[in-house]
Design a protein around this ligand. Structure first.
Ligand code: PMP
Length: 396
């Protein structure tokens, strides 16, 4: 019997229809105009953006824009080819060197996005017969990379070194390669991995360790190198994965390592070979942004100032925020209706935050995810907090 190709989407379509009926707008948000790192026009109205990953506000940085424009004029709008063929321009090679230099590592590979970097690294480093031990809250790109490579995947409980050790102990007699995967700052809840404990276990059981610093690069560490720097364990992290789409304000991804064999991934990895490389403009602005991360630590301080201010206000107002301040502040709701009322109320008061539903959230949570930027002015942070205060009062 013939099965129509879209039949399997019926369940998804029903969920979407129900959401659209009651919560129309959050599925159909269009940024009609973007005027700065912190402001956009939605439904004809200027709103403050408090739900992006623009942690340092560099998307509108003058040096980044200039570098990007110059690259378009000099090198064109796209590379039209894979890194392996005609898509490696001198800018890609220079950025790999600059990232290696910044992170103090021997080798870096630049990929087309952070998603592609995780696909490439996780599908290539380990395969059938080997084991990936990943934190249960890891990003979808990590899960997808695991699937593509065919290694055995075992999840351990989020940020729970005791659970990780239990699994490592069980695997000890297998005598196979084990790759542990964690994130610097987790994208939804904004919490950090307990990296010192995880490093101790990695050493004890002879495993390898990847840290995805997507949300922590430029955000944590005295020099902005991420959680590994902050936790003082950089030498014990085998592979750092990251993205250009957050603090660096563009699009692209990378992996850095001291293992000299990292370059072999280029030849073995389908996500490196079979997709076009990042556009020259994105590479050029990322290089400029990296220089700014290196030279302007005041941006990081400003980001944390903003993050602490909003966290404290929301905590005082009685919102269910995470355990510690972070540039990502997530508020949990018991159901979609409540979260949507809040999200919509904020938008009516010209504040945009992310509303996030499972499976993008851990433990089936319904979240409002706020994120701060160094580019938020104190007045903007105040306005965000005031909108939350007003809605708190009106819901009582
Ligand atoms: N890793 C993590 C932890 C992420 O949160 C994301 C994006 N949200 C990615 C990787 C993918 O990055 P990109 O947007 O560059 O594809």
């Amino acid at each position: 019997m013939r099965v129509a190709i879209f039949d399997k989407f019926q369940k998804l379509a029903a969920v979407r229809e129900a959401l659209e009926k009651h919560h129309v707008r959050f599925l159909n948000i269009v940024m009609e105009d973007i005027s700065s790192a912190t402001e956009a026009v939605i439904d004809g109205k200027t709103v403050i953006l408090a739900g992006t990953n623009n942690y340092l506000g560099l998307t509108f940085n003058e040096a980044c824009i200039q570098a990007s424009c110059k690259a378009v004029e000099k090198e064109g709008t796209g590379t039209t080819g894979s890194r392996m063929a005609n898509g490696t321009l001198s800018g890609h090679v220079a950025l790999e060197k600059e990232l290696s230099d910044f992170l103090g590592r021997d080798k870096t590979i630049v990929f087309s996005t952070g998603y592609v970097a995780n696909l490439a690294i996780l599908s290539t480093l380990v395969g059938p017969g080997e084991v990936i031990l990943l934190d249960g809250d890891c990003h979808a790109s990590i899960y997808d990379g695991c699937k593509l490579g065919g290694a055995e995947v075992i999840r351990f409980r989020h940020n729970n070194p005791a659970d990780l050790e239990k699994r490592l102990r069980r695997l000890a007699e297998r005598n196979t390669n084990i790759l542990i995967v964690v994130e610097g700052i987790y994208s939804m809840m904004g919490d950090r991995a307990p990296l010192a404990d995880i490093v101790a276990l990695k050493k004890k059981y002879g495993a390898y360790l990847i840290v995805d610093e997507a949300h922590s690069l430029g955000v944590l560490g005295e020099n902005g190198r991420g959680l590994a720097e902050e936790a003082n364990v950089e030498d014990d992290v085998d592979f750092v994965v990251g993205t250009f789409s957050k603090s660096l304000g563009a699009i692209g991804g990378f992996c850095s390592s001291n293992h000299p064999e990292l370059d072999l991934v280029r030849y073995a990895s389908r996500p490196y070979v079979f997709t076009a490389s990042s556009a020259p403009s994105a590479i050029a602005s990322t290089r400029a942004a990296l220089q700014i991360i290196r030279s302007q630590s005041e941006l990081r301080l400003q980001l944390w100032d903003n993050a602490r201010t909003l966290y404290k206000r929301l905590q005082e107002l009685g919102y269910k925020v995470g355990l510690e301040p972070s540039p990502i502040i997530a508020i949990r709701y018991d159901n979609i209706g409540e979260a949507y009322a809040m999200w919509n109320g904020l938008l009516e008061r010209s504040i945009y935050v992310n509303m996030v539903l499972p499976p993008a959230t851990p433990d089936g949570a319904v979240l409002l995810r706020c994120s701060l930027s160094a580019a938020h002015s104190p007045q903007q942070v105040e306005k965000i907090a005031d909108a939350f205060a007003l809605l708190r009062n009106s819901s009582h």
